[in-house]
Design a protein. Structure first.
Length: 241
């Protein structure tokens, strides 16, 4: 977590609860008490009224509030229900970010909303039998691939295809799609000079380069998927990379 995010996190933490002690804040963000003290001083210097009361701790003045997040019961339940789906179908990078996003949302909820959401989470679970554990996503690639797609960066991959053949590819990723219980990367392959479908679980190594796309007229992801759907209807044996 960078310092700006941590400063915002400390503000929302103090806003969510009347008082927090120095050790409590340090433990929450896994930093030293000296770092917390410096952060609190920096927060005060940018105009946020931070107060200290002996035997109670630090608090934010009653006149200062970050914009609150207001969720209906149904919206909170929807987020809680999505959590096990993220655990089951997203990879480790997305699971981590989803968990931290939920924590930030809960920090700025009202007490009753937060308690309702935590109760809903406690009553929602996922279960994967041992014989299906190997189907659980185990990569860390979805987040860097999302960034590469947005920033139009070329990626280099070591890939293992359906015939267990290994190859190194340089790709221009245009989108991610989920089907057949797997995430797939749609990308322009420099080696094949065409668009290909790469199953994320078969990517054995990924490097996001600083090189920009060479191709300037990429097809839209939805248009590509529609074309593939038409080909599959006409030819069910249409091969995927």
């Amino acid at each position: 977590m960078n310092r700006i995010d941590r400063l915002m996190g400390i503000i929302t933490l103090l806003q969510a609860r009347k008082h927090r002690t120095l050790p409590q804040i340090a433990e929450h963000f896994s930093i030293s008490e000296r770092t917390v003290f410096r952060d609190l001083r920096a927060i005060g210097e940018i105009g946020v009224p931070v107060f200290f009361e002996p035997e109670k701790g630090y608090s934010v003045g009653n006149g200062f509030f970050l914009p609150p997040v207001s969720l209906t019961v149904e919206e909170a339940n929807a987020l809680s229900l999505a959590e096990p789906l993220v655990v089951r179908f997203a990879d480790k990078s997305i699971q981590k970010h989803f968990g931290s996003a939920l924590s930030k949302i809960k920090m700025v909820l009202g007490r009753s909303q937060r308690e309702n959401m935590e109760q809903s989470q406690a009553q929602t679970a996922h279960f994967v039998p041992d014989q299906y554990q190997h189907l659980m996503p185990s990569t860390d690639y979805l987040t860097p691939l999302q960034n590469a797609i947005v920033n139009k960066n070329i990626v280099q991959v070591e890939y293992r295809n359906l015939e267990e053949e290994h190859s190194k590819r340089e790709l221009e990723p245009i989108g991610l799609t989920f089907y057949s219980l797997n995430w797939h990367l749609i990308a322009w392959c420099h080696k094949r000079q065409g668009y290909r479908d790469f199953r994320i679980s078969r990517i054995e190594q990924l490097t996001v380069t600083l090189k920009s796309f060479k191709k300037t007229d990429h097809i839209d992801l939805n248009e590509y998927l529609q074309n593939i759907h038409k080909e599959l209807v006409q030819n069910p044996e249409h091969p995927l990379t």
